[in-house]
Design a binder for this molecule. Sequence first.
Ligand code: AMP
Length: 429
Amino acid sequence: MKVLVIGSGGREHALVWKLKQSSRVEKVWCAPGNGGIEAEAECLPADSADVPGLAALAERLSPDLTIVGPELPLVNGIGDAFRTRGWPIVAPSRQAAQLEGSKIFAKEFLRQQGIPTAQMYRVCDTAQDAIAALSRVDWPVVIKADGLCGGKGVFVAQDAAAAEDFIRRVLDKNELGAGGKRLLLEETLEGEELSFILVTDGQRYAPLVPTRDHKRVFDGNRGPNTGGMGAYSTDELLSPKLRQQILDSIVEPTMRGLGSEGILYQGFLYVGLMLTASGPKVLEFNCRLGDPETQAIVARMDFDLAHVLAELAAGILEPSRLKWKPGASVCVVIASEGYPGKFETGKRIDGLTAAERVNGVKVFHAGTRRQGDSILTGSGRVLGVTAPGASLETALGKAYEAAGKIHFEGMHYRRDIGAHAGRVQAVGD
Ligand code: AMP
């Protein structure tokens, strides 16, 4: 099998690494890839938002399977573009990707299917309308831009002044660009957050091992939100009872709803949940795998990912093939100085070989480039030091031992990934 992976981050490096372990895989390309992926796959220049450009690339390469990491090509319709041409791809259709691409579409879907979610107050496309609607909400209120905004589209407003400021910046000053043309006002949910990721062919589905990510930049969940500073996985994260509750009240009706609406969903579905006092409720859908959750997930895969995904692209998921290593896994993200604010790139990274000598450790590259024999930093999140272990403690020990061997100017990482691990609570547990 020749496989094309689209994307350039740690998630894509993890996918490439896992795919390469399959005896069925003879070649992996990554478009565009990064300095670390280059060591394991042939990287080709590409703009992952440009579906016609990616189709032209695939026409030239003729891969047996294409796997898409980020949301932009999915929302831009890469799934339909490839399937129309008869090219096997793991990607929900453009319509299905609207579950992530439009918060309003997702909300309507949830409402129609009777799936628990935050109550929607109003959809607005003028600041005047949105500000008027503030007189009829409970505080704090959640304000969401409808489209993709690179993680900047959700604001929890504590009072009317803060809400008005956000509304004007988005709808009057157009600060979020095309993703911010419409706003959704909704109820604020309280509780613990949990990501529940599954893979599906539209009918059958298989949940992946549970993971938890760490969004804030500093230890103790302090500082601004980031793309994710680390993740871990253990089965203990989710009790059998909560898992069943999520399957019954959220996953099953979602699958039925997709089927009854005729929406083709072939790929990964990431369900962001709030575990509220009245049960789990959907905060958001993503139409792809999470980053850095994927790095922790691949570390526990005990099956041939290429085989499963090739079958999925042919329309059949075989859930029984997904076998998982018991125990745990951890991914510690190492970031550039200043991230998630302004940061510099081009710093030389040392110690990568020593880090990977720690038993079982794999360092996934999130944003690096190669210059001669050196690897240089290339973005805010730079590396994801990933380790499996028989227990969470063992996995953490290995990941942090390896992280301690890596050095570049200004690097920082959280020291408390997985430190507050505890089972999330189902109502009535
Ligand atoms: P989303 O992109 O919709 O998941 O929103 C990003 C983050 O905003 C979520 O992970 C939550 O932390 C927060 N959030 C979104 N919607 C709500 C809500 N209705 N209530 C409370 N927090 C929310």
